[in-house]
Design a protein around this ligand. Structure first.
Ligand code: SF4
Length: 179
């Protein structure tokens, strides 16, 4: 839905100043389909104001600066740093990365920041950005939240949460939650 909305949104609003000039209720209407639109509009306005006031209208390129912007935490900052600046500062932990990290036994933390730290220890820094993409793609295509396709999963012999029939390996089934 976000990808659908931003197609027109990015044509209409090209700079932080454009978001700040929007009439009351206009931005809310433009992003309504994405859900939680009031909170998102508030964050976009606050973020745009801060970009204008403190960063000359440009998106900053460091983790420290990005997480000072309203509505931006490490997940979003990591996505921006990786996609826009080619920087591996951390690993974006969204709902897919979180779920797969649990199922694959990479982390057993609830806090996404702690999951991120566990992943950063497990994978070399030059792979951090791609780790996030790989887990998200695998989560979307195979390891669905409600109905994981374990039988066709290429790593089912390594996964502690696999529901595929055992093939004689030494798979240890996870005792923690599998969703
Ligand atoms: S085996 Fe099942 S639970 Fe494990 S990663 Fe594959 S789809 Fe997900």
């Amino acid at each position: 839905m976000v990808n659908i909305i931003t197609k027109d949104l990015f044509k209409k609003y090209k700079t932080p100043q454009d978001y700040l000039k929007a009439a009351p209720g206009e931005l809310e209407k433009d992003i309504k389909a994405s859900g939680f639109f009031n909170q998102k509009a508030k964050s976009i306005r606050g973020l745009s104001q801060k970009l204008v006031d403190e960063f000359g209208g440009e998106v900053p390129s460091t983790m420290e600066e990005l997480i000072r912007l309203p509505g931006v935490a490490r997940k979003t900052a990591n996505v921006v740093l990786g996609n826009a600046f080619g920087k591996n500062e951390g690993i974006a932990v969204d709902t897919h990365v979180h779920r797969l990290s649990w199922r694959l036994g990479f982390s057993d933390h609830d806090d996404p920041n702690k999951v991120e730290k566990d992943l950063m220890v497990l994978f070399p820094r030059n792979r951090w950005f791609s780790v996030s993409h790989l887990l998200i793609n695998h989560g979307r295509a195979i390891c669905d939240a409600r109905a994981p396709k374990c039988i066709e999963c290429p790593v089912n012999d390594l996964c502690p949460a696999s529901r595929a029939p055992a093939t004689g390996g030494s798979r240890k089934r996870a005792s923690r939650r599998s969703s």
